[in-house]
Design a protein around this ligand. Structure first.
Ligand SMILES: [Cu+2]
Length: 455
């Protein structure tokens, strides 16, 4: 953008961060260092890691000027996962400032597939975000704050306004990440160029499918291959959401690409649900509650046994006329989408591991949820303002070998006081977006949540 530089936050980088690439089976050591003026946390969205500390939600704050080491073994198939800030009362504002980046998992199956996979050459992550720029090109989250979710008026893709990318007349693989706070993306190309979807959140699809439009909600990932073979040198193909142009693909001629995407890409494991397992009923209510309650860091809302699979029926109870789509996300686990209101799920959500799913008003989506990590994990709406306002709950995954294991959980009072200390203001003067939510008790330790702060 012309004019002043925007003040942003990022990971090892001024904004967002350079994609981390991990391999299945690899043991990873990470040093989490906070050089920001306020506490943050490092959440591995889509990664199969233990909770709550490695998972990195609100129970794992890293304070300014401190660092902490974590380690984990990558035990999941190839996928685009991501890292983002998740200090619950202030998640939305920290992500808005730039704390989000891609984490790519590769594996032997992917290495064998004849698909584009040279990162930065024919494979590109496309981080979809939107921002509003105020005076001197600055972000002002507090000015833009809306408890229903914050929109930006400018598409910002991979932290770039009006981006283009040079590609060739070969096939190109795009790793889309719904990185916006609220906006869902209805992607399509000029000429209705066909996209072959090959992967969803946490794995390849079993079988590739052809689409001309792809919906991506906040938190979701979808991977597609597009073939620019019918274009010629100098042509331009645009990626849109609705009528907004997002990315310009500038075509350069290159040798013919005869590669064929195989009919079978991946075979997901589909573990049995124990016959005596209860069907979990989860409701997403208004824009700030799960099962009629706002989030409390100190409350465990349900328990599930380690290495077990259960059906979760997740219902968006919003009014059909005025309600919103709510993207439902579970930490530390993946699921299969089994049905939508009793009918088949969408073709691109069949037989693929997911961790985030869009749910329409009055819709019930049945998920088959598999937990292979012990600990306390959050499940919530991924419209980040909804999550901050309390549309979030917690599950404890119990290892039968340690049935009484206790976890140190954060609480709202400590979190608020920590933020206040960092800002140098009394605790009751920390700006809390949740105050704008009618009926919210931001003072009580049991209240849901929502501190954020202004710049
Ligand atoms: Cu929501």
């Amino acid at each position: 953008m012309p004019g002043k530089k925007t003040h942003t936050w990022g990971y090892n980088f001024p904004v967002l961060g350079k994609t981390i690439v991990l391999k299945t089976g690899q043991h990873v050591h990470v040093t989490l260092k906070n050089s920001l003026p306020e506490l943050t946390s490092f959440h591995w969205h889509g990664m199969e890691v233990p909770g709550p500390v490695v998972d990195g939600g609100c129970h794992a704050p890293i304070y300014p000027g401190t660092e902490k080491k974590i380690e984990f073994t990558v035990k999941q198939p190839a996928a685009l996962t991501w890292l983002h800030a998740h200090p619950c009362p202030s998640t939305a504002m920290q992500v808005w400032l730039g704390l989000a980046m891609g984490v790519v998992v590769t594996d032997d199956n992917e290495a064998k597939l004849p698909i584009p996979k040279t990162y930065g050459v024919d494979e590109f992550p496309i981080v979809l975000q939107d921002r509003t720029f105020h005076k001197d090109n600055q972000l002002d989250y507090r000015a833009d704050y809306d408890p229903m979710g914050v929109f930006g008026d400018t598409p910002v893709i991979n932290a770039v306004v009006k981006p283009y990318v040079d590609v060739t007349t070969q096939k190109v693989r795009l790793l889309f990440l719904g990185g916006s706070n609220r906006r869902e993306w209805r992607l399509h190309f000029s000429d209705d160029l066909v996209m072959t979807q090959i992967a969803g959140d946490d794995s390849f699809l079993e079988h590739p499918i052809k689409l001309t439009k792809v919906l991506i909600g906040p938190g979701e990932r979808q991977q597609v291959v597009v073939d620019f073979g019918k274009y010629k040198d100098g042509d331009v193909v645009n990626l849109y959401t609705d009528d907004f142009k997002l990315v310009e693909f500038r075509i350069h001629s290159f040798k013919k690409d005869d590669s064929v995407i195989p009919d079978t890409l991946f075979t997901p494991k589909d573990p049995e649900v124990a016959p005596d397992a209860p069907v979990r009923k989860v409701t997403m209510d208004n824009h700030d509650m799960i099962n009629g309650k706002r989030f409390s860091m100190q409350r465990i809302d349900m328990k599930q046994k380690l290495m077990s699979t259960e059906y979760w029926d997740v219902t968006n109870t919003n009014d059909k006329e005025h309600g919103m789509l709510h993207p439902f996300h579970i930490h530390g686990a993946h699921f299969l989408v089994i049905s939508r209101n009793g009918h088949d799920p969408y073709p691109n959500e069949k037989n693929v591991y997911k961790d985030t799913v869009e749910i329409a008003p009055q819709e019930t989506v049945r998920l088959k949820v598999y937990f292979q990590n012990a600990g306390v994990f959050m499940y919530h709406c991924h419209i980040i303002e909804h999550e901050d306002a309390g549309m979030m709950a917690q599950i404890q995954i119990v290892d039968p070998k340690e049935p009484d294991k206790k976890y140190k959980l954060m609480d709202m009072k400590t979190m608020t006081e920590d933020f206040a200390k960092e800002k140098g203001v009394p605790a009751d003067e920390v700006w809390m977006p949740g105050m704008d939510v009618e009926g919210m008790d931001v003072k009580g330790a049991d209240a849901s949540s929502s501190a954020s702060q202004h710049n």
